[in-house]
Design a protein around this ligand. Structure first.
Ligand code: PBG
Ligand code: ZN
Length: 327
């Protein structure tokens, strides 16, 4: 006869089998989205100094990376274009060029037929000579002009065969504008996954160095959300749902677990992705070594926590290593 008055939680922690049975949060390769930085080659593969374990890819190296991702069970990749400065101009017109590195990579991956879902990040900072996320007039970002350029860029990505477009510049009206442009162009099956809750964060540093898109004087505070404003982030998620978003991204995930949890609690009706950003990735790799058992354990803990908070998908530079450990 048990006289104890306290609740015995430990009964369900006794063995690996019982712990597996009661596990609340799953983490599998299909939840992970692999970022890929693509450019024109040669060289075909260049390690990115600020993102250890991540390479800048061109040509055949893109297909090799897709094969490596496919082999460990990954189902989706997120493409970032890295352009030579001679292809950039103040209006970012290379974004509408069907021969830009992102469009070429999309065509190549689609011809490669692994069934991999291809998501393309879309922000003008990848294409503008000044590095700002939009067209700049008198030191300010011109929302309407930027939207017009993004609409052309979105149709350009759709023509190349992209599955999902992830607009990351957080201009107002982006989702509605891109949805209309895609539908008008006959691309109603291309999905939109905006960075709806995107905070103006210091944790993007290694990414910016890697993508060669750091503007001198940042205007990010004029379009990204200030870190203390959780209600504003939730409002933006709901605005993007209304405008026709199919999924949303919350970024940085590690400092926005409350946003993921609240959005889920309040019934966010579309899948959410958490972005495990570069400023959290790099120190872990630097201290523990890529794919070491210690690094794997810490990474899986973080990824599980982002899922626990409410993310369906996670964008992470550790996708291949984590998927290998999980499969
Ligand atoms: C914008 C973009 C950024 C990141 C992803 N998309 C940079 C920014 O918003 O300034 C950062 C991701 C990371 O730090 O890992 N194209
Ligand atoms: Zn940008």
């Amino acid at each position: 006869m048990n006289e104890e008055k306290f609740v015995q939680m430990r009964r369900l922690r006794r063995s690996p089998a019982i712990r597996a049975m009661v596990a609340e949060t799953s983490l599998a390769p299909e939840h992970l989205i692999l970022p890929m930085f693509v450019t024109d080659g040669p060289p075909w593969r260049t390690p990115l100094e600020t993102l250890p374990g991540v390479d800048l890819l061109a040509g055949e190296a893109i297909s090799e990376e897709i094969d490596a991702a496919n082999a460990v069970g990954l189902k989706s990749v997120l493409l970032f274009g890295v352009l030579d400065s001679r292809h950039k101009d103040p209006s970012g017109s290379a974004a509408a060029d069907p021969d830009n590195p992102v469009c070429r990579a999309i065509g190549q991956i689609k011809r490669h037929t692994t069934g991999m879902a291809v998501i393309a990040d879309l922000c003008l900072c990848e294409y503008t000579s000044h590095g700002h996320c939009g067209l700049v007039h008198d030191g300010r970002i011109d929302n309407a002009g930027t939207l017009a350029m993004l609409a052309r860029a979105a149709v350009n990505l759709a023509q190349a065969g992209v599955d999902v477009i992830a607009p990351s510049g957080v201009m107002d009206g982006t989702v509605r504008t891109l949805r209309r442009a895609l539908d008008a162009g006959g691309f109603s099956d291309v999905a939109l996954m905006p960075y709806s809750a995107k905070f103006a964060s210091g944790f993007y540093g290694p990414f910016k160095a890697a993508s060669r898109s750091s503007p001198g004087e940042s205007l990010h505070a004029t379009h990204q959300i200030q870190v203390g404003n959780g209600r504003e982030a939730l409002r933006k998620i709901w605005i993007d749902v209304e405008e026709g978003a199919d999924m949303v991204i919350v970024k940085p995930a590690q400092t926005s677990l409350d946003i993921l949890a609240l959005a889920r609690e309040r019934g966010c009706p579309i899948p959410m992705a958490g972005y495990d950003v570069s400023g959290f990735y790099r120190p872990l790799i630097d201290s523990h070594g890529l794919a070491s058992p210690a690094c794997d354990a810490l990474m899986l803990e973080i990824l599980t926590t982002i899922r626990r908070a409410g993310a369906q998908m996670i964008i992470t530079y550790y996708a291949k290593q984590a998927a290998r450990r999980l499969s």
